[in-house]
Design a protein around this ligand. Sequence first.
Ligand code: IMP
Length: 418
Amino acid sequence: MNRTIVGLQWGDEGKGKVLDVLAPSYDIVVRYQGGSNAGHTVIVGQEKYVFHIIPSGILYPGVTCVVGNGTVIDVVQLRQEIQALLDKGVSVTNLKISNHAHVVMPYHKKLDEIREDRAEKKIGTTKRGIGPCYADKVSRVGIRVEDLYNYNKFCRLLRSNLAEKNAVFERFGETSLKFEQIASSYLEAAAFLEPYVENTQVLLQKAHKAGKKILFEGAQGIMLDIDHGTYPYVTSSSTGPANAANGAGVSPDATGSILGIVKAYTTRVGGGPFPTELKDSAGEFLQEAGHEFGSTTGRPRRCGWLDLVQLKYAVELSGAKDIVLTKLDVLGAVLGDTRLQELKVAVNYSEQSWDRPDPQYITFKGFGPIDSATKWEDLPREAKQYVNYIEDFLGVRVLYVSVGPQRNALIKNPAWVA
Ligand code: IMP
């Protein structure tokens, strides 16, 4: 009954849209890792919502949305995200924030920035302080959400962290950070967030026992996983479904079946290996037609062909048997008088390495516009062939294909979904 949704590439697979469509069938949606490095875009009518840490299920009043213990939260930014929803008339009474999640502090963001700016080989982080915050968590010097409500403890932790981090900033000729400034803005944000904070592990365990349906929401993608991705060009958490239980505080048997989200081509933001990257007009075409710019940083995403070698790895690792294929319409888009006449898909690497793979491709015929398709039968034969090939190669079922940003632009595959 429960389900875990994960991206099977380098993030930005369109999880937000799929979550938005599935959320009303669940009682609870829980985000289990990452922070405001993520960005989910949901378009409803004329309204565009960008979520960084709040699960997109918040748009449905009957769905409880949990920001789990495995996340890292910039409380000032979360406050702004909540305020933006309230300004649009969206109720957030069903939002629950884990008291055990770690707080992203200004010194985390500054450290992230300094490391990035000084690095010879840049990871291309979002500079949201994610890596340094998880590092402090593991070093046992982090500040958890509940610490914001214990004044003496918060002050003690903030002082000792600032002493350590300011010494580093000074060493690099950077200005140090001031205790008073941070304390006042963080305590103010904490007061605003207090009604939403609770022990969400207990909430989720009770809900699971009571038979409530829970949707576990992963951020980023398998190839950005700290252990299994293209290290060090990864994010600082375990993005795969195995972490859903840990990051939510439930037993592993509560996290249900796994649904992988796959974009019909490949993108990645930031540095690191990208076997099927296109540095030519086809790459530019995908970037423009797919509006491939980061929802968190606005950076252009690198674009390339679909990589079934990479996806096979991600399917094995995640255990996903079902997938949703997003942005299929982009492959058929027309820009001016140009469209992709042929599509390539990587099926083998000459060397088993993300760095020097020299991929071997097979070629499909392009299929032209499909953004007005509403059912499977409306898709051209070539588009269906593309989907069927992916299913056969990966041994998965493609349950839905997405052909546009709107909620309803999601087509059921009648082979698997009634
Ligand atoms: P960090 O998570 O900000 O530390 O960034 C580490 C790497 O993960 C960088 O390459 C980022 O571009 C990438 N990254 C982090 N979050 C996302 C995301 O939501 N989508 C795509 N890439 C991401």
